[in-house]
Design a protein around this ligand. Structure first.
Ligand SMILES: Nc1nc2c(ncn2[C@@H]2O[C@H](COP(=O)(O)OP(=O)(O)OP(=O)(O)O)[C@@H](O)[C@H]2O)c(=O)[nH]1
Ligand SMILES: [Mg+2]
Length: 458
């Protein structure tokens, strides 16, 4: 990374490609000086938003709006200019090259946000969440990321840290004046306070799984014999005719992958070729092989049965395949065609497969689809009653886990009454881990790793 604090940097901050408007950002000590060399305006002096032209000498390059943000109240904490221009890649390149020629340098990945972190506009946990906010695939996950960007997670960590700092002060006083234990803060009170901080850290840790789920999503493979209604199910969930549906067994040959919002979780559903004990031709056979490959990569299975007919050798073939391959992932039995008379008898023992859940649906009438989405969200681990989540990434998780371990050791030492020094030492360890979540005393390598995952322009 070539993050030099005093450089003025420039980059395109909107997506590359053609668009009505593109935004180029310029940030640094010399941002205003540089823009003044290439921006011609008739707007009044002192106006924050100015209309005009980006010019190279006497040549007009684009008609733009420049927004001026004066340090320190800006995203980066530095002087910042946003050039809203026409979204043509050729013109964008011209404008950027002109800025580089005039004293700016190309921004590195994530450098605008890195500057925000360096200048104290965002702590590290807030800065990291900017990336999550941009890549969120559902409204719920975006809301969770926004909670982190706006400091909800950081303030929880900071509160625990501040409380702990306060407790450490009392513990250190006891070290210096062991005989005056009661005067400052009783051992019992210290333990009570410690317990509440342990609980606070545990509460934060418990958000990890759901945060991961909201960010990464979950992958479900729709499997079942030909004609069970797998493609019809995909279409019903998507609410559009994405996959071809016919009454010819073996219609789907290739896998079809789509992502939908399932109760806030990005759910990737993969429709597969039906598995049966023979294939009509080599293409269907290849499709079946691809199905088997897909199954191994999924997080869970939606096994579609045709409830208007009983189990047959094709269902048994699928069960045999799952058992032989040692595939033991959560599987929901989806009993389709419930609009027709029921002829299916599927008991716990019929196929030797334990189903996580069973549901009757009709892909044709869409009855039961909403309940199926509820069951999928539940299978994935979403908490139905909670809708305000936090995003805890694996770095935070590891540090919070360290903090928890250190707090547990603090407690043991404090309880034993003759290990107060160890108690102070461990409490300080916990404090260090909490500090690292917020980016305090984090080494440059870690910062480089975090910000290098950002795109240029962020
Ligand atoms: N009555 C009724 N028919 C359905 C339902 N779902 C699907 N079908 C019909 O069942 C037939 C097969 O549906 P598909 O969705 O193509 O089945 P598939 O499992 O994808 O089949 P393959 O791609 O061949 O493996 C079509 O004629 C559908 O219209 C349902 O809920 N009710
Ligand atoms: Mg199909």
């Amino acid at each position: 990374m070539n993050y030099l604090k005093n450089d003025t940097i420039a980059a395109l901050s909107t997506a590359a490609g053609k668009s009505a408007i593109a935004v180029v950002r310029l940030s640094g000590e010399n941002a205003f000086e540089i823009i003044n060399k290439v921006f011609k305006t008739k707007s009044a002096v002192g106006k924050q938003v100015k209309y005009g032209y980006i010019v190279d000498g006497t040549k007009n390059i684009d008609e733009v709006i420049c927004t001026f943000f004066k340090a320190p109240h800006t995203y980066t904490g530095e002087n910042l200019v946003e050039i809203s221009m026409h979204g043509n890649p050729v013109i964008i390149d011209e404008v950027l090259n002109l800025l580089y020629k005039s004293g700016a340098r190309p921004a590195e990945s994530g450098e605008f946000t890195y500057k925000a972190f360096l200048n104290g506009k965002k702590d590290l946990a807030e800065a990291e969440a900017v990336c999550n906010l941009i890549t969120s695939r559902t409204a719920t996950s975006a809301k969770a990321a926004l909670n982190n960007v706006s400091g909800v997670f950081s303030s929880k960590v900071k509160t625990i840290k501040d409380n702990l700092t306060n407790l450490i002060a009392f513990m250190e006083v006891t070290l210096d004046h062991p005989e005056e234990d009661v005067v400052f803060l009783s051992r019992k009170e210290k333990l009570t306070r410690l317990d509440s901080y342990v609980q606070d850290v545990k509460n934060l840790l418990s958000s990890y799984e759901i945060g991961k789920l909201l960010q990464n999503g979950i992958k479900a493979a729709i499997i079942g014999k030909p004609n069970a209604g797998k493609s019809s199910l995909l279409n019903a969930i998507l609410g559009k005719n994405r996959a071809i549906v016919t009454d010819i067994a073996g219609t789907t040959r290739d896998t079809i992958e789509e992502t939908v919002d399932c109760r806030g979780i990005p759910l990737t559903i993969i429709d597969t070729a039906g598995i049966r004990d023979h294939a009509d031709n080599s293409i269907e056979l290849m499709g079946q092989e691809r199905t088997k490959e897909t199954i191994t990569k999924a997080d869970f299975l939606l096994w579609v049965f045709d409830s208007s007919s009983n189990l047959d050798k094709n269902d048994i073939k699928i069960a045999d395949f799952l058992k032989k391959s040692g595939i033991n992932m959560p599987t929901i039995a989806v009993l389709n065609k419930s609009d027709l008379p029921v002829n299916l008898s599927l008991t716990k023992n019929s196929l030797g497969i334990v189903f996580q859940d069973t549901i009757n649906i009709s892909a044709k009438t869409e009855k039961g689809i909403s309940d199926l989405l509820d069951k999928i969200a539940k299978t994935a681990g979403a908490n139905e009653t909670q809708n305000d989540y936090l995003m805890i990434n694996s770095r935070h998780y590891a540090l919070l886990q360290n903090a928890l371990d250190a707090l547990t050791k603090t407690r043991t030492a404090l309880e034993s009454k003759n290990a107060d020094e160890i108690a102070c030492f461990e409490a300080a360890n916990a404090q260090n881990s909490l500090n690292e979540v917020l980016g305090i005393n984090v080494n440059q390598d870690i910062l480089d790793t975090i910000f290098s995952t950002f795109c240029i322009g962020k």
